[in-house]
Ligand binder design. Sequence first.
Ligand SMILES: Nc1ncnc2c1ncn2[C@@H]1O[C@H](COP(=O)(O)OP(=O)(O)O)[C@@H](O)[C@H]1O
Ligand SMILES: [Mg+2]
Length: 269
Amino acid sequence: MNTHNPIERLSTGIPEVDHMIAGGIPRGFLVACTGEPGTGKTIFSIHFIGQGIREKDVCIFVTTEESRESIITQASQFGFDFKRTIEEGRLIIIDALMGLEDKWSLRSLDIEELVDKVIEAKKSLGYGRARLVIDSLSAFWLDKPAMARKYSYFIKKVLSKWDFTIIVTSQYAITTSDAFGFGVEHIADGILRFRRFVRNGVLRRYLLVEKMRQTPHSVVMHEITIVDGRGLVVLGPTRERKEDLTLPRQVTERIIKAHEEKESELQDN
Ligand SMILES: Nc1ncnc2c1ncn2[C@@H]1O[C@H](COP(=O)(O)OP(=O)(O)O)[C@@H](O)[C@H]1O
Ligand SMILES: [Mg+2]
């Protein structure tokens, strides 16, 4: 029998994703969203903050990939009024390197400046359970991928004292060899892996929970999609969608036929 204290979990804002991780992300966790561009990491992060707004959490969104305006516009396409929430003093969007000189802009991609700014934002928003998104954290070690682990550890250690549950996004370090990977895997309490494939000429996106400490999570890759007006939607487990994992019959037949033609050409000559 399960007699331990139930863990407090924060809803991601997407019921099917919550279901994949036994109800939500444990409070205080740092979860990494890893994946190629266009797989849905930023949109997932927007849902996480949108849910925080609903639950009256203190919310901070750090954007290094796109402007503050772009995040606000994208959020509005999925029904979240980030602009009003900012005006109400319940959300702060910190941006980096966007050429702005205001209070909530970072002048450089410096990890200590980031942490200081996040703490300043938390103090200004007030006490209570807090949600933080850093999109992307990997931007902070773009030109020094060997620092990924150290920086991730620093973030986790300092910010864990401030009652944050944290989502960080991470892209593969393409500047150097494979050795660096996404960089945050080793210190993350959870890893949500976003992927994309082209099937029959159509872009398909997938989500796999690769790690979630203290959680009996799903190990099945789920197909996801992004719908205007709604945002990230889970279509279902790939296990029940065999066509996603195998080549369509016509393609297989064409490959076999091409092989046979090549063979006979070789024999003819
Ligand atoms: N309003 C929308 N309606 C439908 N799809 C959208 C909408 N906005 C963005 N998308 C899709 O989401 C993609 C961007 O997802 P995003 O979360 O920004 O990716 P990542 O952060 O992983 O690079 C776009 O390329 C587009 O395919
Ligand atoms: Mg993004």
